[in-house]
Design a protein around this ligand. Structure first.
Ligand SMILES: C[S@@+](CC[C@H](N)C(=O)[O-])C[C@H]1O[C@@H](n2cnc3c(N)ncnc32)[C@H](O)[C@@H]1O
Length: 291
């Protein structure tokens, strides 16, 4: 790969997926794209870049997908799912008692372990959610991971990472060396392709948004823009969950950290308020009399 090839790929990936590669990540590009080049019958990255420049959109999409990192596992990091069970769901069950609906979005759902972990948590609530309309939507840029998610089939290795054995026994069926999630859990999650760089307002509003371990690949401006748009999609009393290495602090004030719950945020209600709107009535009168 020539330095010009690398610059072309860096720029393209930033535009297409938000991936912000530093100048020293050639090895990463080579390790992902040389196998892809060979698979499609090309000699290497230089030829791959030439084909992309010639306008092969299908190849460009394959390159963007090949450069995504899809690492995930069931109940990843545990803590967010404790927050879901102990903080978010109790608050929302109470707040939505008359409406009886719950919408949860997993905004970079990879191969499905995260939305299915959420679905299993909700299933545990049993009768408490009887008669509720519950929607869990998993979205990702990559079509390949969405196809795997929809099938709900996981290897022995994948079900051994993070999934409690009781949940494996309860919610999966063994098919040879693989494990398939049972239809009731699979039916709780709908999957759609969605690029976080594009408009996502059409998804509507949510009570909870999980947006974990994807923003780490983006630069500050891209993160800030996404936080801004996510904040418009979370109900004022809803929640956003970030990954263990992610935070809004120093990037955006669209969300505020939920006290004593690492990785948990709420939309910032005080933000954008008219000057003086948060002031007590008595002080407001004094202020306006002084003007
Ligand atoms: C490391 S995985 C995180 C999966 C899961 N959220 C978790 O924490 O286990 C990151 C996912 O983000 C997706 N992704 C990368 N860029 C994206 C973009 N611009 N829009 C939507 N998804 C993207 C990748 O395809 C990948 O599946």
């Amino acid at each position: 790969m020539t330095p010009l090839d690398y610059e072309y790929l860096r720029k393209l990936l930033k535009e297409r997926s938000g991936l912000d590669l530093s100048p020293d990540k050639q090895y990463l590009v080579e390790s992902r794209l040389i196998p892809l080049a060979r698979k499609v019958g090309l000699t290497g990255i230089t030829e791959l870049v030439q084909k992309m420049k010639a306008g092969s959109e299908a190849l460009t999409s394959e390159v963007v997908e090949a450069m995504t990192t899809n690492e995930t596992f069931f109940f990843r990091d545990k803590v967010p799912f404790d927050h879901l069970r102990e903080t978010m769901l109790p608050a929302l069950l109470q707040a939505r008692a008359s409406r009886r609906s719950l919408r949860i979005w997993c905004a970079a759902s990879s191969t499905g372990q995260e939305p299915y972990s959420i679905a299993m948590c909700l299933k545990e609530l049993g009768a408490a959610l009887a008669g509720w309309r519950v929607e869990i939507i998993g979205t990702d840029l990559s079509q390949a991971v969405l196809e795997k998610s929809r099938a709900g089939i996981f290897s022995q290795f994948e079900v051994q990472r993070g999934l409690p054995i009781q949940m494996l026994v309860k919610h999966f069926t063994q098919i040879g060396e693989l494990w398939q999630l049972n239809p009731d859990i699979r039916a709780m999650v709908q999957y759609r392709q969605l690029n976080l760089l594009h408009d996502f307002a059409q998804l509507g509003t949510f009570d909870v948004i999980f947006c974990r371990n994807v923003l780490i690949y983006f630069d500050q401006d891209t993160k800030a823009g996404i936080f801004e748009r996510l904040a418009k999609m979370v109900e004022p009393d809803g929640f956003m969950v970030l990954g263990a290495a992610e935070s809004v602090v120093g990037i955006s004030d669209a969300f505020r950290p939920f006290p004593e719950r690492r990785g948990l945020y709420r939309p910032n209600a005080t933000r954008g308020a008219r000057p003086g709107a948060a002031m007590p009535q008595a002080l407001r009168s004094v202020a306006s009399a002084a003007r």
